[in-house]
Design a protein around this ligand. Structure first.
Ligand code: ATP
Ligand code: MG
Ligand code: MG
Ligand code: MG
Length: 552
């Protein structure tokens, strides 16, 4: 593509489109062209090797999943609009699989009935469907995407722990081999359930997640849980923000309460914005809230500045009248996941549409401890593990491992007989990798102003062969010879035999980003070519005879 499509906001997306790796079909749905498909295959090969190395066996399960299975676990009702649902001609309900816990549990419950067959790890590489609210950044958040998902089954918790550690190591190997700059972070288990979970994050400014990490230990945590905590719905009709409050130096929820003289739960909504890198908290009230008057009075005493939606917009650039969920901005972080979980478990202000702190009394409806424990952690604070200080970075979630326990086996009756002949539910783990997302994450990491710039080991091909003028007999001849020579040496060679201007071909070579470009030009008759290295821009002239030796 000569033009950058207007809706491609980030470099990786622009370059993958322009260089002909992918094409969009519709929002969040892509075709992979030959270069993109080759990249996927390379990523998949590494993933398969590492899964096989820890004893995983590959399977392929259906994308078309009958609703009955999802009803067994209740997720048919709780998964929400992200689940793509459809009917067959007999009006039977189905989903297009966003994940496969239900399908694999139903598969195994009919097959694995004795502890003697455990543990067992199965994986697949397959297309998943999620009707994402905001598909964006190309392959990073698609509605149809490729995932490696693995599931492990155990008779004991120790056995699950061992496989979980193997998986953690396998994931570390995979992302290291892919050349990605990543970190394993403590994650929140969100909708899937279960306790122990880690995410693998590629560090990148365009990442949608924020991680807090220690500058001198392995400690790292996703602060998604904090974002969930502060993810209040936008004000509804009839609600007005009543105060904009600057809170310099305020760290904890209790400090905020003290500063404001109110319990945060008394406020219908609390919105947090960044203004010039300073957190600003906006409290909103409804016109029908029992705490209305109390809140208003309390705030009147402490209010720094009263704000109408227009004033908030002027001060923050944010239109709170039409605001969706507000993300907790970088600079204010929560790490105490225990507290977040208790907040989320309280029906009250939780992570679901239609719930907030209306008509909720802290002591009565949930324990005040729930937010006593909440800690906002700032950059430069001591790391919770006592080693080093906290720094923040943005991350792209490329992998996620969970200990599920019996969350799925229990409701689905996935049971085996233990060595005492007692029936027990399988203890399970699940482990995902975003294969197509990785392609985008790699493009985000491996590019410069002129296009993609892959590492030697992870490029869709090894050599870009460019005759300057394909109509010149010497050039054509030498280029043909080299193509056959390099191919016989098992180099994967992309031969640009188009009758295009040299400038066009060079620009395309830079865009596509293969590690080595071999240009056959004026010195073709002497058997001399120019070799250019994409990453450094360095060029050398080599003779045809020395090429295969020197390329090693
Ligand atoms: P996210 O937080 O980005 O929405 P998730 O936590 O919902 O991801 P998981 O259910 O953990 O995703 O799925 C396993 C992996 O699949 C993720 O770590 C990610 O790499 C990938 N993935 C998830 N959703 C998408 C998507 N919409 N497009 C591409 N890859 C995705
Ligand atoms: Mg998601
Ligand atoms: Mg996630
Ligand atoms: Mg996840």
């Amino acid at each position: 593509m000569r033009e950058t499509p207007a809706d491609a906001e980030i470099r990786s997306h622009q370059f993958l489109l322009r260089a002909g790796y992918i094409r969009q079909n519709t929002s969040g749905v892509y075709s992979y062209l030959p270069l993109g498909k080759k990249m996927l295959r390379k990523i998949e090969t590494i993933v398969r090797e590492e899964m096989d190395a820890i004893g995983g066996s590959e399977v392929l399960m259906p994308s078309l999943q009958q609703a009955e299975l999802w009803k067994e676990t209740g997720r048919w009702y709780t998964y929400g609009p992200e689940l793509m649902r459809l009917h067959d001609r007999h009006e039977r309900e189905f989903a297009l699989g966003p994940t496969h816990e239900e399908v694999i549990t139903s598969l195994l419950r009919d097959e694995i009935k004795s502890y003697k067959k455990l543990p067992l790890t199965l994986y697949q590489i397959q297309t998943k469907f999620r009707d994402e609210k905001r598909p964006r950044f190309g392959l990073l958040r698609g509605r149809e995407f490729i995932m490696k998902d693995a599931y492990s089954f155990h008779d004991t918790k120790d056995s699950l722990d061992a496989t979980y550690e193997d998986m953690k190591q396998a994931y570390t190997n995979i992302f290291t081999r892919l050349g990605l700059n990543f970190r394993a972070v403590i994650a929140d288990s969100g909708a899937i359930g279960g306790k122990d979970t880690h995410e693998f994050m590629v560090l990148s400014d365009i990442g949608e997640d924020t991680i807090a990490y220690s500058d001198s230990s392995d400690y790292a945590a996703n602060i998604e849980m904090a974002e969930v905590r502060m993810d209040y719905p936008a004000p509804e009709a009839g609600e007005q923000p009543i105060a904009k409050v600057e809170t310099p130096g305020v760290r904890t929820i209790s400090e905020i309460s003290e500063f404001l003289g109110v319990q945060p739960a008394d406020c219908v909504k609390t919105l947090v914005f960044m203004v010039d890198d300073e957190p600003v908290i906006v409290l909103c009230r409804g016109d029908h809230d029992v705490n209305d008057i109390k809140v208003k009075n309390a705030l009147d005493a402490k209010v720094v500045e009263l704000a109408t939606p227009e004033q908030v917009k002027e001060a923050t650039g944010t239109d709170i009248g039409s605001l969706g969920p507000v993300k907790l901005p970088t600079g204010l972080k929560v790490i105490a996941d225990h507290a977040v979980r208790s907040m989320r478990n309280a029906v009250t202000g939780a992570n679901e549409d239609g719930y907030h702190f209306k008509n909720v009394n802290p002591e009565k409806d949930f324990s005040a401890d729930a937010y006593e424990d909440l800690r906002f952690i700032m950059e430069g604070d001591p790391s919770p593990d006592g080693v080093g200080t906290i720094k923040f970075a943005r991350g792209i979630e490329v992998g996620h491992i969970f200990k599920l326990g019996t969350t799925y086996s229990e409701p689905m009756d996935g049971k085996f007989l233990d060595n005492n002949g007692r029936e027990q539910p399988y203890i399970m783990g699940c482990y995902g990798i975003g294969v197509s997302r990785i392609l985008a994450a790699m493009a985000e990491q491996f590019h410069d102003d002129n296009g993609l710039a892959w590492a030697k080991e992870m490029a869709p091909a090894d050599i870009h062969l460019v005759p300057v003028n394909i109509k010149d007999d010497d050039q054509r001849q030498l280029a043909d010879d080299l193509y056959h020579l390099l191919t016989s040496y098992r180099y994967d060679c992309l031969y640009d035999d188009r009758a295009e201007r040299a400038g066009v071909k060079f620009a395309d070579a830079d865009l596509i980003g293969l590690p080595v470009r071999i240009t056959v030009g004026k010195k073709a008759a002497e058997g001399i070519v120019e070799v250019k290295f994409r990453k450094t821009g360095e060029t050398v002239e080599w003779k045809k005879e020395e090429l295969t030796d020197k390329l090693r």
